[in-house]
Design a protein around this ligand. Structure first.
Ligand SMILES: Nc1ncnc2c1ncn2[C@@H]1O[C@H](COP(=O)(O)OP(=O)(O)OP(=O)(O)O)[C@@H](O)[C@H]1O
Ligand SMILES: [Mg+2]
Length: 510
């Protein structure tokens, strides 16, 4: 047995005392006093921050949403089955965040950024807080580049620019999701990252959407965030913020992002449920007082960054469902006032066969011409005014047939424009296709045909141009402007087609 001298012991002790560091970890632990409906009340945690993440004994996370003198209220981000009275809860000191990274492209994830498509875990590049402050004024630049949806009615009349927020609003089953989906499909090969956020929808609906995205090769540049109707209100509440955090990850790399929130009405309902459970006082339509801020702080994060910050952008297409066309209800008016315009879809139009059912009079894009290519600006010319006149005159025309020739001509033109704006699902049109269709309409090429015939003639027209004027189409798509020479060339081709088509039709009918 070796003996240690007293000096040695003293020197060891002295060394230890000298090197002693006060390391104390701040770890506050509380316990659950009440749990239910995705909410837990915790007693014993004194210094929690609003929005902080806490961890329950069984590993489930919660987010602090309510701070009172003696207790805090938090929403449970996971299963609440194993949480009971007395369950220990630990503070983390961190605010809620999700992992982000390029590996998310092509994946379907839940509100916490965890894969739900059965393709294994996703390797994250970094971690971002789900609540971020929106870029300030100096960090932004104005919207100047179009984000083409491939839908003629929108690109020609209500152009959407990169960095803009355009609301899609309408009753149930009026084609709201379809417009957003078509816009995503049209981004193939355009280097735009697309994020679709499903809030409170049926799993089967989301599965169908993912199937469509996969079928049209759109999944490799897209991410789907899903908080289904069966997920807790807290997950439905945080999912748009989480998805926006991923969008920001891409935007700060200088990339362009398109994000669709489908839909914010259900988001507001989830938030209302949470707020009522947290015993906040209800206001109009039983929504809590801060429901405006709920959506404004989300949509303000859409922006076009300045060149100094890389020039990336987030374009937001929020969707809101109205009841019986009531745009004056609480949530619709809020979101209308936050966004830079709205595409208003109408049930009557939808059922009369006008699809997409865009109401031209009530839709608007406040960014307007700045978000259109020069070619589109020239080609779309007076289409909005023509349609407005048509709708006005249509009402008068119902009363009598005694109309002068100019009026009748305007009616015919309006009717043909309405027919041209009809577009089947998943058939986005290129810039050049839209330009030549508008040019043909400007030349009244379709005016003399009956409404039923126009659809077929339009198909034939596009086929004819693809077959005989492919170079011309390429030139329009490339240059994106129309000088007089190019315009005349288009008009010449339109005229040749018209003569040939009508001649052929007459032969056929004889
Ligand atoms: N342009 C179109 N042409 C033909 N059919 C369409 C068009 N747009 C939408 N539809 C059809 O209309 C139906 C409703 O469309 P969609 O799901 O996009 O509407 P929604 O407003 O999102 O509905 P919900 O209120 O249920 O979310 C779908 O069956 C879709 O296929
Ligand atoms: Mg929908």
């Amino acid at each position: 047995m070796s003996s240690i001298s007293s000096e040695e012991i003293i020197s060891i002790l002295r060394n230890e005392i000298e090197n002693f560091e006060m390391i104390s970890e701040e770890k506050e632990v509380g316990s659950v006093v009440w749990v239910g409906d995705g909410i837990a009340t915790i007693y014993g945690i004194g210094h929690a921050m609003y929005g902080e993440i806490v961890i329950f004994e069984n590993g489930v996370r919660g987010m602090v949403q309510d701070i009172k003198r003696e207790q805090i209220g938090c929403v449970i981000l996971g299963k609440e089955d194993e949480i009971c009275e007395g369950t220990k809860v630990t503070r983390t000191g961190k605010r809620a965040g999700i992992p982000v990274g390029d590996a998310y492209l092509g994946r379907v994830v839940n509100a916490l950024g965890e894969a739900v498509d059965g393709k294994g875990a996703i390797e994250a590049a970094e971690y971002r807080a789900i609540e971020q402050e929106a870029p300030g004024i100096a960090d932004r630049q104005s919207v100047h580049e179009p984000l083409e949806t491939g839908i003629l009615a929108i690109d020609a009349m209500f152009p959407i620019g990169r960095g803009q927020r355009e609301l899609i609003i309408g009753d149930r089953q009026t084609g709201k999701t379809s417009i957003a989906l078509d816009a995503i499909l049209n981004q193939r090969g355009k280097d735009v990252v697309c994020i679709y956020v499903a809030i409170g929808q049926k799993s089967s609906t989301i599965a169908r959407l993912v199937h469509t995205l996969t079928k049209y090769d759109a999944m490799d540049y897209s991410v789907v965030f899903a908080a289904t109707a069966s997920d807790s209100a807290s997950l439905q509440y945080i999912v748009p913020y989480a998805a926006t955090a991923l969008a920001e990850y891409f935007m700060y790399q200088g990339r362009d992002v398109l994000i669709v929130y489908d839909d914010l009405s259900k988001h507001a309902v989830a938030y209302r449920a949470l707020s009522l459970l947290l015993e906040r006082s209800p206001g109009r339509e039983a929504y809590p007082g801060d429901v405006f801020y709920l959506h404004s702080r989300l949509l303000e994060r859409a922006s076009r960054l300045s060149d100094a910050l890389g020039g990336g952008s987030i374009t937001a297409l929020p969707i809101v469902e109205t009841q019986a066309g009531d745009v004056a209800a609480y949530i619709p008016t809020n979101v209308i006032s936050i966004t830079d315009g709205q595409i208003y879809l109408e049930s009557d139009l939808f059922f009369s066969g006008m699809r997409p059912a865009v109401n031209v009079g009530l839709s608007v894009s406040r960014v307007g011409g700045a978000a259109q290519t020069k070619a589109m600006k020239r080609a779309s010319g007076t289409i909005r005014i023509d349609l407005a006149q048509y709708r006005e005159m249509e009402v008068f025309a119902q009363f009598g047939s005694d109309l002068d020739e100019t009026t009748r001509e305007q009616l015919r033109h309006g009717r043909s424009l309405m027919e041209l704006l009809k577009q089947p699902l998943c058939h986005p049109l290129t810039l050049a296709e839209q330009v030549i269709l508008l040019a043909a309409a400007d030349d009244r090429a379709f005016s003399d045909m009956s409404a039923e015939r126009i659809g077929e003639a339009k198909e034939q027209f596009l086929e004819y141009f693809a077959a005989h004027h492919a170079a011309l189409l390429d030139r329009i798509n490339e240059k994106k402007t129309l000088d007089d020479g190019l315009w005349d060339e288009i008009m010449g081709a339109v005229k040749t087609w018209k003569d040939g088509y009508l001649h052929e039709k007459q032969m056929y009918e004889k």
